[in-house]
Design a protein around this ligand. Structure first.
Ligand code: C2E
Ligand code: MG
Ligand code: MG
Length: 248
C-alpha cells in the first residue's frame, strides 16, 4: 500500500472555543479498499510497527501531511497541521533533521506543525523521549500529548515533558454525559494543563452537551464528530472555504 499509492490521509478540524474557528487539523491515516470499507489505523499501525514497516509508513505520512499543510497555508493562511508520530519514529535519531529538511523544501514553518505523541509512546523510554521532544520543541514544533490520561505516566513526568498541549482522551470526554467522575477528571485536567502553561484540547466531542460543558470549563480546543468527521483533503478545503468552525 505504501509503494502503490494505496493509502491516504483524512483531516479532522480542531476548533478553538475562543472564536469557534478552525485552528488546525489532525491528519489521520486511511487504508481503504477492505470489504467493509477500511481498516482502522489503530489496528494496522501497531502491526506495521511490529514488522519493521514504520520507518517507511511514518515517512509517507509526514511527507504527505506536510505537503498538504503547505498547500493550505498558501490558500487559507495560518493553520496548524497535527501529525501523529509513532513510538518508532520518536526514537529515530534523524527525526528532527528529516522533518527540518522537509519543512525547508516546502517552505513551511515548524510552528505550523503539531506533532502528536501518545503518553504510552513516551513511556517506552522516558529519558530518550524527553530528549527527542526537547530537540523538536527547540526547532519550533508544537508537541501534543495524545490520549492523555490513558497511559501509564505519572504526574511527576508531566511537568518534565516539553509539550505545548495535552489532548484529553475521548473516553473521558464522552463519559461526561453520564459520569460525575469523568466531569471531575476533565475539569481538573483542563485546570492542571492551564496551570502548567499548556493548551488543552478535548478529543472525541460528539454532543452539544459535551461541547457546552467543555466551553464552560475553559477548554481551549475541541475535536470530534459533533464539529466534523475526519474529511478528505478536498472536502476539508470546502469546509474551510465556507468559514469552517462551529456552524451549529
Ligand atoms: P488519535 O490520534 O487519538 O485519533 C483520534 C481518533 O478518534 C481517530 O480515529 C478519529 O477518527 C477518532 N474520532 C475523532 N472524533 C471522534 C468522535 O467524535 N467520536 C469517536 N468515537 N471517534 C472520533 P482513527 O482515525 O481510527 O485513528 C485511531 C488511532 O490510530 C489514532 O488515534 C492514532 O493513534 C492512530 N493513527 C491514525 N493515523 C495515524 C498516523 O498517521 N500515524 C500514526 N503513527 N498513528 C496514526
Ligand atoms: Mg492523534
Ligand atoms: Mg487521541
Amino acid at each position: 500500500a505504501i509503494s502503490s499509492d494505496g493509502l491516504l490521509l483524512h483531516y479532522q478540524p480542531q476548533i478553538a472555543l475562543r472564536d469557534h474557528r478552525v485552528a488546525g487539523v489532525e491528519a489521520l491515516l486511511r487504508w481503504p479498499g477492505f470489504e467493509n470499507g477500511s481498516l482502522s489505523p489503530a489496528v494496522f499501525v501497531p502491526i506495521a510497527e511490529n514488522n519493521g514497516l514504520m520507518p517507511d509508513l511514518g515517512r509517507w505520512v509526514v511527507e504527505n501531511a506536510f505537503r498538504q499543510a503547505a498547500a493550505w497555508q498558501a490558500q487559507h493562511g495560518p493553520m496548524t497541521t497535527a501529525v501523529n508520530l509513532s513510538a518508532v519514529q520518536l526514537y529515530q535519531p534523524n527525526l528532527a533533521d528529516f522533518l527540518l529538511q522537509l519543512l525547508e523544501r516546502l517552505q513551511l514553518n515548524a510552528e505550523n506543525i503539531d506533532l502528536e505523541i501518545t503518553e504510552s509512546a513516551v513511556m517506552r523510554n522516558v529519558d530518550d523521549a524527553i530528549a527527542a521532544m526537547k530537540q523538536l520543541r527547540d526547532k519550533g514544533f508544537h508537541i501534543s500529548l495524545d490520549d492523555f490520561g490513558t497511559g501509564y505516566s505519572s504526574l511527576s513526568y508531566l511537568k518534565r515533558f516539553p509539550v505545548s498541549r495535552i489532548k484529553i482522551d475521548q473516553s473521558f470526554v464522552q463519559g461526561m454525559d453520564i459520569s460525575a467522575g469523568d466531569i471531575a477528571i476533565v475539569r481538573n485536567v483542563i485546570r492542571l494543563g492551564h496551570d502548567l502553561g499548556l493548551l488543552v484540547l478535548a478529543e472525541g466531542v460528539e454532543t452539544r452537551g459535551q461541547l457546552q460543558r467543555l466551553s464552560d470549563e475553559g477548554c481551549d480546543l475541541v475535536q470530534g464528530f459533533f464539529c466534523s468527521k475526519p474529511l478528505a483533503a478536498g472536502q476539508l478545503g470546502e469546509f474551510l472555504k465556507q468559514g469552517g468552525g462551529l456552524v451549529h
